[in-house]
Design a protein around this ligand. Structure first.
Ligand code: PG9
Length: 459
């Protein structure tokens, strides 16, 4: 190769070689940069202190926990919720300086009287480490691991009372649905600092009536829930629908199994487990919580809440209460059943779909029952002497009959109004024929049939 050719070849090789040059720092934009990186709002005016911590569990997994402390708090009890629905977002209702705005609306009636409010992501969801098992059964044949919601609640409460100098060392737990399930789990081996519990619409038996099956009938909306929860660690969405009418969608799919396969959700572990156990076999019996609660015989004062029109968990609270009562453990358990849909207890309670009440019934429950209950057991306030079992909370009940007409319904009023405490022997609940629903009229008192498709579900 001549000298010239060699030089040319070398130049070509160099020219085609990948360029690993030092990254060039972009020249400063002469117009500046309007983004203020790492900006923080002044927090001096806040009436609370927020701590976001990772609490270590016994197996080393750390759980994201948000602690909201009223500024200047001393000897304040803690109210604690464990959730798979984003603890951080729970304390972000209205950004700003006021604790009352930051916390969910339902906390207004319960925790603003000087409580420390704590929300925690369960393991494997949102900010928490570890793996997520939907409604993880307690340790035993169905969970051979070293931890469960019982130990996670115990370890978290232990950490909280030791690391929150503003607290008085007393903890109350509250939560609805999954949150009620985690409260119930904590009762199986309660930490000594746990002094009161309010499980609201808890999942207690997934086959008999909570979530997956209702008296053995599989609930197709479960598919949405599982996809929302397990297609990712954070927030998710339900199964996409071709149309608005679920009844037709499910009917056209053929069977529940066909629907799951067609939507590529049948292999999701939480769905596969449910589909593998369509009957009330050992899988379901082994995680039904009533016998566990009875065996645990917790002495924790516990106020169970059951929505009478709960479309998801229509079994849990009333059957847990009943099992404890049958086992002679009534003295530290109370039951409230109100005219509510699933988890309405955290929302307003003026109505249930077309049925309109004359009071905010969920507020009444939170303000007049939960708050004094916690105040008594966590702050030493006088005993509110709650009735052992309460049906309805209404001073007056009116139901919409036809278009815009209001009529007091005598059967309901007799049981709910003016008699919130149910005397022994008085039947709880509506009887067949008390109320029925149809498309044309909304509510017909005294009718005997209840056509499917129009229910007092949230619209
Ligand atoms: N009903 C929901 C649920 C509870 C427990 C386990 C699985 C699902 C809920 O609303 O949280």
């Amino acid at each position: 190769m001549s000298k010239h050719l060699f030089a040319l070849a070398a130049a070509l090789v160099l020219a085609s070689a990948p360029v690993h040059a030092k990254p060039v720092k972009p020249a400063p934009d002469p117009a500046g940069d309007d983004i203020v990186h790492g900006w923080k709002a002044p927090r001096d005016a806040d009436d609370y202190i927020e701590r976001s911590v990772m609490i270590p569990m016994r197996d080393g997994v750390k759980l994201r926990t948000i602690i909201m402390i009223p500024k200047g708090a001393k000897n304040a009890p803690i109210i604690f919720t464990r959730t798979p629905y984003d603890a951080t977002a729970r304390a972000r209702r209205i950004p700003g300086a006021k604790l009352s705005g930051r916390l969910p609306m339902s906390d207004e009636d319960v925790v603003l009287g000087g409580y420390i409010r704590v929300y925690q992501d369960v393991r494997g969801k949102y900010g928490s480490e570890g793996t997520y098992v939907l409604a993880r059964p307690p340790r035993g044949p169905l969970n051979t691991g070293p931890t469960d919601h019982v130990t996670d609640a115990w370890d978290s409460i232990d950490w909280l009372v030791k690391n929150t100098p503003e607290s008085n060392g007393k903890v109350g737990m509250i939560g609805s649905s999954y949150g009620g399930f985690t409260v119930s789990m904590a009762l199986l081996d309660p930490h000594p600092a746990l002094k009161a519990a309010v499980p609201e619409s808890p999942q207690i038996d997934g086959w008999m009536g909570d979530d997956w099956f209702h008296y053995g009938a599989f609930c197709q909306p479960t598919f949405d829930y599982v996809k929302q929860q397990t297609a990712q660690t954070g927030a998710g969405s339900g199964v996409e629908r071709p149309g608005l009418d679920d009844y037709t969608t499910f009917l056209r799919a053929g069977s529940a199994g066909d629907y799951a396969r067609a939507n590529n959700i049948d292999k999701m572990p939480a769905i596969a487990k449910v589909m593998a156990h369509p009957t009330y076999d050992g899988y379901w019996q082994g995680q039904a919580m009533e016998p566990m609660l009875v065996k645990a015989n917790s002495k924790i004062p516990t106020l169970w809440e059951q929505g009478l029109w709960d479309q998801e968990d229509l079994w849990g609270a009333n059957h847990a209460y009943d099992a404890l009562k049958q086992a002679g453990q009534e003295s530290n358990n109370w039951l409230v059943m109100g005219p509510w849909f699933h988890s309405q207890i955290a929302l307003e309670g003026w109505n249930l779909g077309p049925l309109r009440w004359s009071a905010d019934t969920t507020k009444e429950f939170r303000r007049d029952m939960i708050a004094p209950f916690f105040d008594h057991y966590l702050k030493g306030a006088p005993d509110p002497k709650l009735p052992r079992a309460t049906l309805g909370l209404l001073a007056e009940v009116e139901v919409a009959v036809g278009r815009g007409r209001q009529r007091r319904h005598p059967a309901w009023a007799r049981r709910g109004a003016n008699a919130p405490s149910v005397a022994p022997g008085v039947e709880l609940g509506l009887q067949a024929g008390d109320l029925a629903f149809d498309h044309a009229q909304g509510v017909r008192a005294g009718a005997t049939s209840a056509p499917a498709g129009f229910r007092p579900w949230p619209g």
